[in-house]
Design a protein around this ligand. Structure first.
Ligand SMILES: Nc1ncnc2c1ncn2[C@@H]1O[C@H](COP(=O)(O)OP(=O)(O)OP(=O)(O)O)[C@@H](O)[C@H]1O
Ligand SMILES: [Mg+2]
Length: 496
């Protein structure tokens, strides 16, 4: 790709970008949120027409009119946002548009399709039932299905736009072995990820974009993580674990949860959250952390006692939780956190209308100045406050969800995987923000699957395994080993 230009109204997304991909190589494409990575890939696959520039594919001019044409030419993409049908089965999703039909009938041959799906999934070592409805799988499993779907076409070029954001470590391992296998067969891959450790593990070369511009391409083996960060954001960012907590041991209890039970998974979870504290929730994926918080937040039916500032409260639905000053940032923001077809402003103040509205009208000025304050604070990259959220880059959409709960001024904030899909620069801004919020007396629960993040942010670390809370460790005593051992500690129930 040479001299690729792309403008959206108000945004110069690609400024003369170049990109080169060799046969059988795994090439990382990195850059901050909004740098233009997804747009460049949408240009390559014909989803989004370029304004100018040139694409050569196997030496020939290539100008796909749409993703179908790109796919027929052997270029496939796995999107950052899942794009499949929840109500269809795994097999139906895998073969959508190319269903198996019996020889002499127009009816779909479900059986044959399920069999083909089962073979494909087995070949890729994916433990997924082809007849299950897609919507019933975890986000990670859905992502694996999308990967299987892409692999099932015979591709020369496979683009993976942040495939790992929702995967467990095991799933990431599986993904990497699939990728290595494809590379050995000559398939070239473009790998987009904000997890820089992965870049070193799986890629041969790295290309960096910054602000729609091409910064450079280098061999991965010649680059350190800090050099990549420096190319991406133009500065070095240091990450250090928290060595001690500044929250006094006698700080008032902001939230107390006793014997919370929900569904099949959550079993008698009890903990206290102090004012000004960041309580990390660690555990393997599937440990029941999200389920616990959903129960606490009233999104799912639950049993147990919840107290805010010493007062027992009843939470039957999320509105009750919001009323009592609990804000929840879902890990699945597309599904629960955002109205994609509304503007940045509308999304930001969505949870706060009753606070902001005075009498019968909403003071627009106030809404706009609040939104613009938080858009600035969080460095949300948007051409205007009226931009529709669906047009923002993935990471910037996440910042809008955070803005929403900050504007709402909740006293207890539950952050579920707050930095998933967020670039290193924005990540450290969000960390600073969380620290500031805690200093200002807010109490924060942070679920994170990245142990580094847990160790860096938490005052105490709660660990869950199979729906039980298996222990709470003070940050000065917390190590990766201790957390992992509690995360895999079966059966024993620890409550305090
Ligand atoms: N359809 C669109 N309409 C308007 N602006 C858009 C559209 N798509 C992308 N943009 C803008 O183009 C810029 C580049 O976005 P892009 O999605 O390519 O970023 P990215 O590098 O993939 O970021 P992330 O890491 O957050 O996914 C952003 O400023 C984004 O808001
Ligand atoms: Mg993107």
């Amino acid at each position: 790709m040479k001299g690729i230009e792309k403008r959206f109204s108000g945004v110069h997304a690609l400024k003369g970008v170049q990109f080169e991909l060799c046969e059988g190589e795994i090439h990382a494409l990195v850059g901050e949120n909004g740098a233009g990575k997804s747009t460049l890939m949408k240009v390559l696959t014909g989803i989004c027409p370029k304004d100018s520039g040139e694409i050569l594919y196997s030496g020939k001019h290539f100008n796909p009119k749409g993703p179908k044409e790109a796919l027929d030419a052997g270029i496939g993409i796995i999107h950052q946002e899942l794009q499949m049908m929840d109500h269809l089965t795994v097999a139906q999703n895998l073969f959508i548009g190319r269903e198996s039909t019996k020889h002499s009938s127009f009816f779909l041959d479900e059986k044959a399709q399920n069999r083909r799906a089962a073979e494909l999934l087995k070949r890729l070592n994916m433990n997924i039932d082809p007849e299950e409805k897609l919507g019933r799988l975890t986000v990670g499993k859905q992502q694996m299905v999308e990967i299987a779907k892409a692999v099932s076409h015979n591709l020369n070029v496979l683009i993976l736009d942040e495939p790992s954001a929702a995967l467990t470590e095991k799933e990431i391992d599986d993904l990497f072995s699939i990728m290595r296998d494809l590379a050995s067969k000559g398939v070239a891959m473009i790998y987009i990820s904000h997890r820089l450790d992965e870049i070193g593990m799986i890629t041969d070369r790295v290309t960096v974009l910054r602000d729609g511009e091409y910064v450079g391409s280098r061999n991965t083996s010649e680059l350190s993580k800090n050099e990549i960060i420096n190319m991406m954001v133009g500065r070095v960012i240091y990450e250090q674990p928290k060595s001690h907590s500044d929250v006094p041991p006698d700080a008032p209890v902001a939230l107390k949860v006793t014997n919370l039970r929900a569904g099949q998974l959550v079993k008698n979870v009890s903990f206290e959250l102090h004012k000004g504290e960041i309580l990390g929730f660690a555990g393997l994926i599937g440990a029941g952390r999200t389920e616990t918080m959903r129960a606490l937040y009233g999104a799912d039916k639950s049993d147990g006692i919840v107290e805010i500032n010493g007062q027992r409260i009843l939470i039957n639905d999320p509105m009750d939780a919001v009323k009592h000053g609990i804000g929840y940032l879902s890990e699945d923001r597309k599904r629960y956190g955002l109205a994609l077809n509304l503007s940045v402003t509308d999304n930001s103040v969505m949870a706060s209308y009753e606070n902001i509205s005075k009498g019968f009208f909403l003071p627009l000025k106030e809404i706009e100045s609040l939104t613009s304050e938080y858009v600035k604070k969080l460095k949300v990259k948007t051409p205007s406050l009226n931009q529709l959220v669906k047009n923002l880059s993935g990471g910037n959409q996440q910042k809008v969800v955070i803005a929403k709960w900050l504007i709402r001024d909740s006293s207890v904030l539950i952050f579920d995987e707050p930095t998933r899909g967020i670039d290193v620069g924005a990540k450290s801004e969000i960390y600073m923000l969380m620290n500031e919020l805690a200093k200002a007396g807010k109490s924060i629960i942070m679920i994170s699957s990245e142990l580094n993040e847990v160790l860096r942010m938490s005052d105490r670390v709660a660990v869950m395994c199979e729906g039980r809370l298996t222990g709470i460790i003070d940050i000065q005593d917390a190590t990766q080993e201790k957390i992992m051992s509690l995360a895999t500690k079966r059966e024993q129930i620890v409550t305090d």
